[in-house]
Design a protein around this ligand. Sequence first.
Ligand SMILES: NC(=O)c1ccc[n+]([C@@H]2O[C@H](COP(=O)([O-])OP(=O)(O)OC[C@H]3O[C@@H](n4cnc5c(N)ncnc54)[C@H](OP(=O)(O)O)[C@@H]3O)[C@@H](O)[C@H]2O)c1
Length: 290
Amino acid sequence: MNASPTSLPGGTWNLDDSPVTRFGYGAMQLAGPWVMGPPADHNGALAVLREAVEAGITHIDTSVAYGPQVTNELIREALHPYPRSLFIATKVGANRDAQGGWPTARRPEDLRKQVHETLQSLGLEVLDLVNMRMGNAEGPQPGSLAEAFGTLVDLQQEGLIRHLGVSNVTTEQVAEAQRIGQIVCVQNMYNLAHRHDDDLIDRLAAADIAYVPFFPLGGFTPLQSAALSGVADRLGAAPMSVALAWLLQRSPNILLIPGTSSTAHLRENIAGAGLALSGEDVAELDSIGR
Ligand SMILES: NC(=O)c1ccc[n+]([C@@H]2O[C@H](COP(=O)([O-])OP(=O)(O)OC[C@H]3O[C@@H](n4cnc5c(N)ncnc54)[C@H](OP(=O)(O)O)[C@@H]3O)[C@@H](O)[C@H]2O)c1
């Protein structure tokens, strides 16, 4: 299996030829309310990013749509010139409107524009990973991704992108993408309470493809469950730590990108994700989403 040790919980995973820590960081929460505009605490946001990298995290997830441009510019300000080990994953497929909506933008010209804007705002000549984000706020929607994903394959062949992934997709769309190009990851919503992708995770693990759950802590509605609190109390741990530890133990191809705008939460999450869960703990936690 692909994973190897690091000081962070979960070890590392190879996204094709690129090793990343399984404990990563999702930058979305660094933008303003509802992911629009600048953060309330600019220096605090920079501190979170710098502390993440100092702690050894080598996988940061972002998107040009966050802010828009805001999280990319924060990442650049905090971390550029980037350490060689740092792997920055991005997404394309949506713009932002004045009301904070996420209108779909998946025509070839939209995607090319977003990739070039991402390169510029991150200060890069090549992007490590671009996920083709499909579906909508309700989740994955059926339909072909061929034109959109094919545009990213073209951009990869032009040398602007190293690796490709897909996000907010159905199992059929994952298979369709694999017929068009090589994917190194799938980024879908998944956590203790939302387990629609259980079979997909196992199939991707068998193919050495990473699964990157977004909203690992419940996103805008943090996870709340009596079973989760019960296990956390028994272990003397925070519920969020238990939720992250459960994901790391769920499958070796799961990469964490929990979001936080707080260095205290970042530290708590790093320390807590390494919690060893017993079979009894896991059985109790499994009851939440089934
Ligand atoms: N592909 C997609 O469509 C998609 C969609 C959404 C998100 N994403 C990606 O997934 C990443 C993760 O999602 P997310 O950040 O929205 O949700 P999340 O990781 O599930 O949860 C983040 C929320 O949990 C809180 N939190 C974090 N640690 C905590 C702790 N120890 N105790 C209490 N609260 C804690 C954060 O608040 P504080 O700031 O106060 O810590 C924040 O409100 C994003 O950053 C983004 O990169 C992708």
